[in-house]
Design a protein around this ligand. Sequence first.
Ligand code: 2P0
Length: 332
Amino acid sequence: MKVTAKANANIALTKYWGKKDAALKTPWNSSTSVTLEGLETTTTVEFDKQYKKDVFVLDGKEYAEDTDEYKEVKEQLDIIRGKAKSKLFAKVVSKNDFPTAAGFASSASGLAALTFAASKAAGLEFSVEELSKISRMGSGSASRSLIEGFAIWHKGSRADGDDSFAEQIAPISHWLDFRILGCVTSKKAKKVKSRAGMAQSVKTSPIFETWYTTAEKDAQQMVKLIKEKNFEALGQLAQKNCILMHACAMTTTPPIIYWTDGTMQVIHRVFELQDEGMKAYFTIDGGPQVKVICLEKDVPKLKEELSKLDLVQEIIDCKPGKGPRVVKEHLF
Ligand code: 2P0
């Protein structure tokens, strides 16, 4: 069967940076996020006898068997094949409508869309909780892309990872004027992928314990602030949590510094706007892009101000988005 699914990226409001179990992809701390409309991966999966091996095409490029991207897809297909008791190979064609591997969480939407499409293509029906766990095995942050609106990915405490999945904090309708402005400062793929970077931080950052114990408290506090719709406190907490995550990355050996001149330019402009009374806050993931958390009423002014910065190439305006869904138009 051939199935096509779409899934959205998510932006962490409080971050995940470090695995307790690398194989299960269980995190040291819980994290929270908002799934975003407008940062979307579309994936078509077909399991069929005609395929003599798995085939993976992303944004028009076929990946060879020795690439990390191919191995990630194959491992995820292996999990689904195991659950479906199937030996069929699959063709997977995927496209992102935003820059891949440059800090827009393409692995989250990618693995969520793949898990959703592949399980349906294999004839399996899973609960959202189960899909979140399976997506997590592919890429930790993908567990959160299964959820519409605002999500918490529980770190869990079981050794088998069975209680480490994402759950909805609030749906889109809870906060219709919540916005994220994705400021693109570079379209180059990043040098250090999050997976390798966070593994190194766990081993070498002298502040790793401070990071994950603080981040756990931040995640629990963020749930409360989302439920209360306390925008100012939410923005300040997200910004503070992002800075601590990057401090942890920067104090890793060798250092991981995702921030570029463009990143700094946006950070400083956001600080200036805050001084002028604007309620806008930044967060940054494993790359140079800056996501500005704001409310709809401030979007025109923020876009005007941020687009004046010479190192900002593009601004992507995102609202809270849906979870994965099946669509009719296939990519092959
Ligand atoms: C996050 N990031 O919480 C954090 C913030 C990057 C910085 O989740 O190894 O691609 O596949 O589990 O999910 C990126 O890490 O890593 C990430 P794996 P993933 O959004």
